[in-house]
Ligand binder design. Structure first.
Ligand SMILES: Cc1cc2nc3c(=O)[nH]c(=O)nc-3n(C[C@H](O)[C@H](O)[C@H](O)COP(=O)(O)O)c2cc1C
Length: 436
């Protein structure tokens, strides 16, 4: 399976290049991370490169220990931030992250449709079932993965029906006749389900007739089925080409078996880009960024995901499939746990090797450490193999890596015919549909 179609590219506003020691660099502008200008600058650069979207992940809890050494994921509300960016950009899609585990669907439907109006059709929703934070919402424990996905399916159905409950066509705005809207086109949804009761309709009309794009991030069996049924794209964590190809092939099949076209679901892996002028500088950047990485925390992550406590093992001992417990422990993200288990099964790494793998930090993203050319080569290879429909750029280590991504890598992909050289549509849905 190969593809000559154009890629879809998003830029993280996380900002990943401040992780590890990145925020300590003099030019990091870390003082700005709770102000809109910091993000407007990135969004404008991303728009100049004609990216499909900027993307803000989110969580609803704070890891207190982690903020001792870096900003972590404590952050501005992503939807509010994207409203500020909407005012300063014209074309780029605005992908927010909202959890279906902790919010009421009516509020979410309204916020997303509000972002859609305020950006003139550029809102997108990354649907997450969340990894943590139950204590902040009166829950005794985090609901299981199955429960979270069941709720997510009902939640998403309600949100979509609310968006359709007051369609754009209902607006008449007939000054002469005095008719503002055709109320017969506006209907309650009268939903009564396992987790929610929502009468509707939504109290604002939908913007235009292009749907708000939906993304999803979990890739367990249930996550894949959910994404294949409703999502326009999956934000994937795939550390190697084979894993991306397997995921893309599988999702396309699942989409077809649910009555959708295979192309309806796109696979966009996170791509961690440690970029510099030379390979040596890029490697130094990576090492400097992770110099204080905390092994104790990694041992805990490995134990939580596999059930294996390796903290007393010699660093040169290999971890093999035979060491894995027969019954895996319950985990919050099957996607991340399976990536780690896959690494152990396929490579039997040493304990030391495991500690430096991205899988052991719970972030098994595709990674390039090198020059702009190295990144272009890797992306071209994955695209040629039919493993991806695009990627979400997660620059690492320095502000320069972010600039090299947007001003080096993306223009070269456009020169090679793998990416658009200008926008052809006005909405986020238009950008996702534009790939030839
Ligand atoms: C690549 C990736 C990114 C994710 N990003 C977020 C996020 O920003 N916020 C969040 O609350 N959960 C996030 N999640 C968690 C998922 O929504 C989901 O709750 C979790 O992965 C469990 O589902 P699974 O068992 O299918 O992996 C992410 C998961 C993956 C794999």
């Amino acid at each position: 399976m190969s593809t000559r179609k154009k890629l879809h590219v998003g830029m993280s506003l996380a900002p990943t290049w401040l992780s590890g020691e990145g925020w300590r660099r003099l030019d990091s502008n870390v003082e700005g991370i709770y102000a809109s200008n910091f993000y407007v600058d990135i969004a404008r650069r991303a728009e100049a490169a004609k990216l499909d979207f900027v993307f803000r992940p989110d969580s609803l809890f704070l890891d207190i220990a982690a903020i001792e050494t870096g900003p972590g994921f404590g952050s501005l509300d992503p939807t509010l931030l994207l409203v500020a960016i909407a005012r300063e950009t014209r074309h780029i899609g605005l992908l927010t992250t909202v959890s279906t585990t902790f919010n009421p669907p009516f509020m979410v439907a309204r916020q997303l449709q509000s972002l859609n109006w305020l950006s003139q059709g550029r809102a997108g929703w990354n649907i997450v079932t969340a990894l943590d934070g139950h204590e902040n919402f009166g829950l005794a424990a985090m609901p299981s993965g199955e429960e979270r996905y069941r709720r997510a399916a009902e939640f998403t159905g309600i949100v979509r029906r609310l968006w359709a409950s007051y369609p754009h066509e209902a607006l008449r705005l007939e000054r002469e006749g005095g008719r503002y809207a055709d109320s017969s086109r506006v209907r309650p949804i009268d939903h009564a389900g396992a987790d929610f009761s929502v009468k509707g309709p939504l109290n604002l009309p939908s913007y235009g007739d292009r749907p708000i794009p939906l993304f999803q991030a979990g890739a367990s069996e249930t996550g894949r089925d959910f994404a294949a049924g409703i999502a326009d794209a999956i934000f994937a964590s795939t550390s190697d080409q084979e894993a991306a190809l397997e995921l893309r092939t599988d999702l396309r099949k699942r989409a077809e078996s649910q009555g959708r076209r295979a192309e309806a679901i796109r696979v966009l892996p996170g791509l961690s880009l440690y970029l510099a002028a030379s390979r040596k500088q890029a490697r130094d950047l990576f090492v400097e960024t992770h110099v204080r990485a905390d092994d104790g925390r990694k041992f805990k992550t490995i134990a939580a995901m596999t059930g294996l406590d390796l903290s007393h093992w010699p660093r040169d001992r290999r971890v093999t499939a035979a060491d894995l417990p027969a019954v895996p422990p319950p985990v919050r993200s099957r996607t991340h746990a399976e990536l780690l288990i896959r690494l152990i099964r396929n490579e039997a790494p040493t304990v030391a090797g495991l500690l430096v793998s991205p899988e052991a930090s719970g972030s098994a993203h595709w990674r390039v450490i090198g020059t702009v050319e190295d990144a272009v080569e890797a992306i071209t290879a994955w695209a040629g193999a039919g493993a991806i429909d695009g990627f979400v750029a997660l620059p690492g280590g320095s502000v320069e890596a972010m600039h090299l991504t947007l001003e080096g890598v993306v223009p070269r992909l456009a020169e090679a015919g793998l990416f658009r050289s200008d926008y052809r549509g006005a909405t986020f849905a238009d950008h996702l549909a534009d790939n030839d």
